[in-house]
Design a protein around this ligand. Structure first.
Ligand code: NDP
Ligand SMILES: O=C(O)C1=N[C@H](C(=O)O)C[C@H](O)C1
Length: 269
C-alpha cells in the first residue's frame, strides 16, 4: 500500500473534489495522502471522512498545499483558474504530477501553467472523460471531410452553478473542428450572438451555452448544410467519468519527462 502513488486532491469540498476523493479511495492503484481546501473553509483541520459524512479516514483537510504536495506523487486539481495557477507552481516545486481539470483559464494563466510544466509533468484537459476525448478525434475527422458548405456550431449545456462559458469541452471541440479545417479557432470563433447579428459568416465556428438545473454536461457539434445535418453528441450523466480519467492521467504521468500533456496523450489517441 505504501508504495502506491500518493494523491492529493485540491478543492476537496467541491462537486468534483468529492467525486475524486471517492474515486481514489475506491482505487487499488493509488492512495489518498492529502486534501486541500480554501483558507477559512469549514473543513480545514477536520478529518476528510467525517466532513463527507462517513467514518474517519486519517486524512486531515489542510489549507497549506505545499505541505501535502511534498509527500504526494500527484495532485488532482479541479478548482478555479486563480487557485490552479498557484497550485501549478507548488506542484512543480514538489515534482508531483499535476492533473488540471479546471476550465476558464486565460492566456496569461496558461502561460504560467506552461512555465510550471518546464519542471514537472502537467496533464491538462477541459474534459477528462474517455467519450469526450473520442468525440474530439471524431470532430477533427468530420471537419476535415466536410467543407465550409457545412456550418459548424458547438452547443453545450451545464448545471446552474457553472461559472465559465463556453465550457472547456466546447473549446476543445471547437479547436478540433478548426484544426480539421486547417484554420485557427481564434480567427473563426463566434462566441456571442445577440440582437441584429447579420447573417452567419461562412467558415465561422459558433458557440452556444445553456445553463440550468443539475445537468452534468452535454455537448453537440453540429455540421449544418443545405438539406442535411451531421450531429456528434456526448452526454455525461455521472461526474465519475471525469474523476476516473483524472486518476488515469495521474498514474500515466508517473516517470514521464516534464512537460504539458493532454488526455489524448494519456489515452494514446
Ligand atoms: N476537465 C474535466 O473533466 C472537468 C472539469 N471541471 C472543472 O472543474 C472545476 C471545478 O468544478 P466543480 O467541482 O463543479 O466546482 P466547485 O465550485 O464545486 O468546486 C471547486 C472547489 O475548489 C475550491 N477552491 C477554490 N479556490 C480554492 C483554493 N484557493 N484552494 C483550495 N480550494 C479552492 C472551492 O472552494 P469554495 O467553494 O469554498 O470556494 C470548491 O470547493 C471547474 O473549472 C469545472 O469547469 C468539472 C468537471 C469535469
Ligand atoms: O463545470 C462542469 O461541471 C464541467 N466542466 C467541464 C467543461 O467546462 O467542459 C467538463 C464537464 O463538461 C463538466
Amino acid at each position: 500500500m505504501a508504495d502506491l502513488p500518493g494523491i492529493v486532491i485540491t478543492g476537496a469540498s467541491g462537486r468534483m473534489g468529492q467525486m475524486l476523493i471517492r474515486t481514489v479511495l475506491a482505487s487499488d492503484k493509488a492512495r489518498l495522502v492529502g486534501a486541500v481546501d480554501r483558507s477559512g473553509h469549514d473543513w480545514i483541520g477536520k478529518d476528510l471522512g467525517t466532513c463527507m459524512g462517513g467514518a474517519e479516514i486519517g486524512v486531515t483537510v489542510t489549507d497549506d498545499p505545499l505541505e501535502v504536495f511534498a509527500k504526494a506523487q500527484a495532485v488532482l486539481d479541479f478548482t478555479t483558474p486563480e487557485a490552479t495557477v498557484g497550485f501549478a507552481a507548488l506542484a512543480a516545486q514538489a515534482r508531483a504530477v499535476h492533473v488540471i481539470g479546471t476550465t476558464g483559464l486565460t492566456e496569461d494563466d496558461l502561460a504560467k501553467v506552461a512555465a510550471a510544466a518546464r519542471h514537472a509533468v502537467i496533464v491538462r484537459a477541459g474534459n477528462m472523460s474517455l467519450g469526450v476525448n473520442l468525440l474530439v478525434q471524431l470532430t477533427r475527422r468530420v471537419a476535415e471531410a466536410l467543407d465550409t458548405d457545412f456550418d459548424i456550431e458547438v452547443v453545450e449545456a451545464h448545471h446552474r452553478h457553472k461559472v465559465d462559458a463556453p465550457s472547456g469541452t466546447a473549446l476543445m471541440l471547437g479547436e478540433a473542428a478548426a484544426e480539421g479545417r486547417g484554420v485557427a479557432l481564434r480567427d473563426v470563433a463566434d462566441r456571442g450572438r445577440d440582437g441584429i447579428t447579420g447573417a452567419r459568416e461562412r467558415g465561422a465556428i459558433g458557440f452556444s451555452a445553456i445553463r440550468g438545473g443539475d445537468v452534468v454536461g452535454e455537448h453537440d457539434v453540429i455540421f449544418a448544410a443545405d438539406g442535411e445535418r451531421v450531429i456528434l453528441r456526448h452526454i455525461a450523466t455521472d461526474r465519475g467519468i471525469f474523476a476516473r480519467g483524472a486518476l488515469k492521467a495521474a498514474l500515466w504521468g508517473q516517470g514521464k519527462a516534464p512537460g504539458e500533456y493532454d488526455m489524448a496523450d494519456v489515452l494514446g489517441f
